[in-house]
Design a binder for this molecule. Sequence first.
Ligand code: MEV
Length: 438
Amino acid sequence: MKPVTGFSKLTKIEKIEWLAGQLDGEAAKLVNSLPAYWHPDETVQKRFDEFSENTLTNYNLPFGIAPNFLINGKVYSVPMVIEESSVVAAASLGAKFWLERGGFRTRVLSTTKVGQIHFQWQGNKDKLRAHFTDIRPELLKAVAHLTMNMDGRGGGITDLDLVDMTGQLENYYQIKLQAETCNAMGANFINSVLEELATVFRAGVEADERFEAMEKKVHVIMCILSNYTPDCVVEVSVECPIDDLGGFPGGLSAREFAEKFATAVRIAEIDPNRAVTHNKGIMNGIDAVVIATGNDFRAIEACAHAYAARDGHYRSLSSVDLTGDMFRFSLRVPLAVGTVGGLTSLHPLARTSLAVLENPTAPELMQVMAAVGLAQNFGAVKSLITTGIQKGHMKLHLLNILNQFEANQEEIEKAKTHFSDKVVSFTGARDFLKTIRG
Ligand code: MEV
C-alpha cells in the first residue's frame, strides 16, 4: 500500500477505487465488490455511512431472535446480533428450559455512572480540601445548564468528590463525579459536565486568595467518564428443585448434573484460565443484545472483565448454590447501557430491537441482557459437562462448512441427513461432499 493524503475527502466510490487500485487480482476484485453491500435506500445508506468515517460499505452480521425469555413474569423475544453459530440456539434452549421452571428473576442493584477530572496540583492539601468544600456548590451551579434536562428526568449529578491520589502519583488528584443518567448510557452527558467543571474549577483555584502564587495552577490532565461501573449492576438468577432439572444425555441424573454443574462453575471461580472462557460464554449472550440494541459493546466488555477481577483475582461472573434440594444459578454483572441517545434511535435495526423488546427503560434492558447472559452460560456449561461442546456446535456449524465449499441445496440436505447421527468435522464434511460429487 502507498501512503495517501486527503483520503477522507474522496467520495465513497473514489475511496473504493483508490483502495482497489492498490491491490491486484482477487483482492482488487473483492474491494470493487463492496458496493454490493450498500443498502438500496440511499437515505438509510447515508445514515450508515455517517456513523463512522471513511466508510466504504456495510459489514453485515446476522440479526436473530431468542424467544421465550420469561423475566420477572414477562415474556420477551430477545433480538441478538452475533456471527457465532449456536449462540442464539443455546440462548433459545436456555430460555425455554427456564420458562418451564419459573423463568429468570432479575434485580437492578444500582445504576450509578462515574466520571473523573484527572489533575495535578502542587501545594497545601488542607487548603485544597477547604477550597473544594467551599467551591462545590458553585461548581454544581456552573453546570446546571447542562444537567437541567437530566435533573428533570429524575437524574443528574449525585455526588462530586475530591480524591487525593498523591500516594500513587506525585501531585495527582481527581474530582470524581457520580451521576444518574436515567435511560441514557450517559457518556456525552458526563463528559460535557466534566469538561465544564474542569474549566470552572481551574478558574476557582486561580481566583482563591488563600492560595500562594505557586498553588494557583491546576494542571488538568484529562476529563473523561469511567467505563468501570461497579455501581451499575444487575443480578439475575434461576432456580428450581434439583429433581425438576430433568434427565440429561449420558444417563446423568438431575442430582449428578447439578453437582457436576456446580463443580464446573467452581472451577471458573478458582482458575482464571477457565474463568475467561466461562465469562466469554456469558458475554456471547450479553454482547449480542448490546449490539442489537445499538449499545457500546467495548465499554460493556471492558467493564465486565474488570468487575470479574474486582477482588484482585479474575473469577467467574456467575455462581451456583445447591443448598437443600434447590439448584440456584445466578449472575451479577455491571451493564451501563442506554435505551435513548447514541445509536439507539439512529440505527434502524437498533430501533427495531428496542421496539421488539417493547421499548424498555435502561434498567429493564440491563435485566434482559443479564438474563440472556445467564441462559447462555447455562447452555454452554450444560453442553460442556454432558455431550461436550462440539457436538451441538459443529452440527450448527455444518452449514458454514458446506457454504465454504459452495454446496447446493440438495448437497446440504444430503449432508444434514448423513451427519444427523455423526460427529461433524471440517474434513468429514469436505470428504462427504467429495464423495457425493464423485
Ligand atoms: C464459545 O463461544 C463459548 C464457550 O467456550 C463458553 C464456555 O466454555 O463456557 C462454549
